[in-house]
Design a protein around this ligand. Structure first.
Ligand SMILES: [Zn+2]
Length: 102
């Protein structure tokens, strides 16, 4: 499923780069770039982006099997990182209230 994060206050769709920029902040609230009202990432989308975290350990046996050079490993993980960051905004759903994991 592909989502485009939409602000629940003003209904504006967040641009991809705005979502990426806001994903890198440590605080749980993400102010909307348009109306500055706080938005929170839903529990469901947190779980979904957590699944992306499994991609890296899963890739290790494949990388080891291919016996790449150091530069090869570096290139692989750089592109993997860029790929994961690009996917993240499409998994993000916003809500007006903070949802806790437990
Ligand atoms: Zn807004």
């Amino acid at each position: 499923m592909i989502y485009i994060p939409t602000c629940n206050h003003c209904g504006t769709q967040w641009a991809w780069w705005q979502t990426v920029k806001r994903s890198f902040t440590i605080s749980p609230d993400l102010p909307c770039p348009h109306c500055e009202k706080e938005q929170f990432v839903t529990k469901r989308s947190k779980k979904r982006s957590g699944l992306l975290g499994f991609v890296t350990p899963l890739s290790i046996p494949i990388v080891v099997m291919l016996q790449p050079t150091f530069i090869g490993i570096l290139l692989f993980y750089t592109s993997l990182f860029i790929l994961l960051v690009s996917i993240c905004p499409f998994l993000m759903e916003l809500s007006n209230e903070e949802e806790f994991m437990f």
